[in-house]
Design a protein around this ligand. Structure first.
Ligand code: AMP
Ligand code: MG
Length: 343
């Protein structure tokens, strides 16, 4: 699948390579780095030339804003233009959820490059937890824009080789951090509006956020049908996103699984439990139906079925939309191009 002329190296995380990558990025280069959510395509958030490269490599439309990754809460607040009340709320959330997979959308400072925000008055910021990403932040002393390191609209990468499979030939370096522990993109919380709203569900759930802000109203994730041509609040809101090329059909209950034994169809189940008869084209996201494990394997298994087999269709079981199931069901519905989530 590689195209382009650049030789793409997967670098092991030695001290020397970390210094090299920090320097490469400081000089305006782009590199794929592991985060706890998915691999990111990282560049200096204040270097517009480097930011343009991110959009080109991903073929990402310019209306889709980027997330800026910073080392700590103090640095995060430098980018935001907020009043004391909002500052206290953000600090409460940071204390509980950061570093980690929660992205804060906040009113931005006037000097923030338009390319980061797609011209919006708000900026998305996150403090990542992955030790290697944090090392690059520390060694470069930069804030890094880092959208998922995949072609726009395709499944997000959770292994270094996923990045090379789909972006090989377009970037020089991928830092190998093994597999991502979360496996789904961050939860995005828009704090610039009242009530605050979840723009993209992720590992950190609305219920968890509510539990540390008991007096604040948090609007749920909007998932009504959207016109893909208008600028969405978050690209996770595009009807079709995170998609394999092989057609994907979702089922919610076993009884709805239409085809039992067709050879050229893959069947993906959330759990191996209760499956008495297992066919050669049956796959399991988790042995016990553990949500964290399902999330971690979801993109990786769909990618494998999409690229290493010649299935004509993938049937995948969709979890109910609560807790972590909200994020998993959301990604599955986007991947299947469905406008609404299931039950
Ligand atoms: P990615 O890292 O490729 O998964 O994409 C970054 C995510 O952050 C996208 O879903 C963006 O739309 C979202 N995002 C970035 N900036 C903003 C913003 N100012 N308002 C709303 N969503 C944003
Ligand atoms: Mg993405």
């Amino acid at each position: 699948m590689s195209s382009g002329t650049i030789e793409t190296a997967i670098l092991s995380p030695t001290q020397e390579n970390l210094d090299w990558l920090a320097d490469w990025i400081r000089k305006g280069g782009v590199a794929a780095l592991p985060t706890e959510t998915v691999y990111g395509l990282a560049a200096d958030a204040l270097n517009t030339g480097a930011l343009r490269q991110i959009f080109e490599i991903k073929r990402r439309p310019l209306y889709d804003p980027l997330i800026v990754h910073v080392e700590n809460g103090e640095k995060l607040l430098e980018w935001a233009e907020i009043n004391e009340d909002l500052r206290r709320t953000v600090l409460t959330l940071i204390e509980r959820f950061s570093p980690g997979p929660l992205t804060y959308v906040l009113p931005k400072k006037s000097w923030v490059p338009e390319l980061l925000t797609a011209g919006r008055p708000t900026l998305a910021l996150r403090i990542p937890a992955h030790p290697l990403f944090r090392e690059i932040l520390r060694r470069s002393s930069l804030a890094l824009a880092a959208p998922s390191a995949n072609p726009f609209g395709y499944l997000s990468p959770t292994l270094a080789r996923h990045v090379r499979e789909s972006l090989g030939g377009k970037l020089h370096y991928i830092l190998d951090g093994g597999d991502c522990t979360v496996g789904l993109e961050s939860t995005i919380l828009d704090l610039s509006r009242s009530p605050m709203r979840i723009l993209r569900p992720g590992k950190i759930t609305r219920e968890e956020i509510q539990s540390v802000l008991p007096d604040k109203e948090i609007a749920g994730y909007i998932h009504e049908e959207l016109d893909d041509t208008v600028s969405p609040m978050a690209p996770g809101m595009l009807r079709r996103h995170y998609s394999p090329r092989t057609p994907l059909c979702l089922f919610f209950k076993m009884e709805e699984l239409p085809l039992a034994k067709e050879e050229n169809v893959a069947r993906v189940f959330l759990s191996r439990k209760d499956r008495e008869e297992v066919l050669g084209n049956d796959f399991f996201l988790s042995e016990e139906g553990d949500g964290m494990q399902v999330a971690k394997r979801l993109f990786s298994l769909l990618r494998e079925l999409d690229t290493s087999h010649s299935y004509e269709k993938i049937y995948c079981q969709c979890p109910p939309s609560h807790g972590l199931g909200t994020a998993i069901a959301d990604r599955l519905c986007r991947a299947a191009g469905l406008p609404k989530k299931g039950p």
